[in-house]
Design a protein around this ligand. Structure first.
Ligand code: NAI
Ligand code: MG
Length: 354
């Protein structure tokens, strides 16, 4: 199991020394729609912390199709494998036609099996649950979300939901390890094992098998439809939630809505070969190109990335600067009722970092 955001202990001693010595090379995928706008704001903020990063810019998706004739160029995968870490803007996937999801392709190509999505309200951001602090651990490689489907005969399609013991066990273990490391006391498995007795049943069985190795952590489960209602009514009952891929996708956006919207929900895709940090949201074509998107979600993904590579001090300083902007100023992007542009918001954070 790879442990994310974890290595405080091994780093504290040599932190200062490391900071001076280490230059990181990170793959940068600006993405589509609002991607380049929020990614460049994030890069400016990270650079304002003073740490040394060499960004290896790569393209993927529709842009790569146009340039290289393939949506997932080998050069992009090789870059992430080499650097072990990437910061990625959202990618547009055509609806109901066209190429298959590049996000799915990337997660599969690198076996980024754990999608970790913290859900935490920010200071002074009006939302339904200002105290909320939970974490979604989403299985990232299989289930219906893999998009394995075909036409059986015209008018009839088949979509395959593959659930394996291997993937279910490793995501459950990841969730319990995460809980242990972050001092969380409860992990909830979410499923539809009353109906999909075999597939979700296996997921649930693996969840409880793994839970036996963590007697200090409470393990419970909820059927997914009730879980959605409970999340809207009483989300404080959850600490860490572990879900198969499609449920995790849907519940992630639901949870973003609990804390003020998609502009605020960060995430990380973690595997043995590397880690790709990206926001929960998509390319937001409705506001792309206007410079008004909220960069907070991808910025917080970048904080997760900095901690993943051991840059705790830079992450702490940048996060504090962002929190201070929320706590002490009225600089807000439009999704939060303000008038600030993406760049204005980034500048306010950079100002605090000086
Ligand atoms: P979306 O997440 O792009 O947008 C949903 C709504 O939230 C829109 O009204 C948008 O303006 C708003 N929004 C999203 N992020 C925002 C931000 N940072 N600041 C302010 N407002 C924000 O979802 P949608 O429209 O369903 O999908 C658009 C495209 O994105 C699709 O092609 C989809 O496949 C793709 N997508 C890609 C993801 C990824 O690359 N990881 C994840 C989700 C969707
Ligand atoms: Mg999604």
């Amino acid at each position: 199991v790879i442990i994310l955001l974890c290595s405080n202990l091994q780093w504290t001693e040599d932190k200062e020394q490391n900071r001076k010595q280490m230059k990181h090379t990170i793959t940068l995928i600006p993405g589509d729609g609002i991607g380049p706008e929020i990614v460049s704001a994030t890069v400016r903020i990270i650079e304002a912390t003073g740490i040394e990063i060499e960004w290896e810019t790569q393209i993927i998706g529709a842009q790569a199709l146009e340039k290289f004739g393939t949506t997932i160029p080998d050069s992009t995968i090789e870059s992430i494998k080499r650097n072990k870490v990437a910061l990625k803007g959202p990618l547009t996937t055509p609806v109901g036609k066209g190429f298959t999801s590049v996000n799915v392709g990337l997660r599969k190509a690198l076996d980024l099996y754990a999608n970790v999505r913290p859900v935490k309200a920010l200071p002074n951001v009006p939302c339904r649950y200002p105290e909320l602090d939970l974490v979604i651990v989403r299985e990232n490689t299989e289930s219906l979300y893999a998009g394995l489907e075909h036409i059986v005969v015209p008018g009839v399609v088949e979509s395959l939901k593959i659930i394996t013991e291997k993937a279910s066990t490793r995501i459950a273990r990841y969730a319990f390890e995460y809980a242990k490391l972050h001092g969380r006391k409860k992990v909830t498995g979410m499923h539809k094992a009353n109906i999909m007795k075999l597939s979700d049943g296996l997921f649930l069985e693996c969840f409880y098998n793994v839970s036996k190795d963590y007697p200090e952590i409470t393990a419970d489960d909820k059927i997914i439809d009730n879980a959605c209602m409970q999340l809207v009514m009483r989300p404080e009952q959850f600490e860490v939630m572990v879900l198969e891929n499609l449920y995790g996708d849907i519940v992630s956006d639901l949870c973003a809505g609990l804390i003020g919207g998609l502009g605020l929900a960060p995430g990380a895709n973690i595997g043995e070969l590397g880690a790709v940090f990206e926001a929960v949201h998509g390319s937001a074509p409705d506001i792309a190109g206007q410079g008004i998107a909220n960069p907070t979600a991808i910025l917080m993904s970048a904080f997760m990335m900095l901690r993943h590579i051991g840059e705790f001090d830079a992450a702490d300083r940048a996060e504090k600067a962002m929190m201070d902007v929320y706590a002490e100023s009225d600089v807000r992007t439009r999704d939060l009722g303000g008038t600030a542009s993406t760049a204005d918001f980034a500048n306010a954070i950079i100002e605090k970092l000086k």
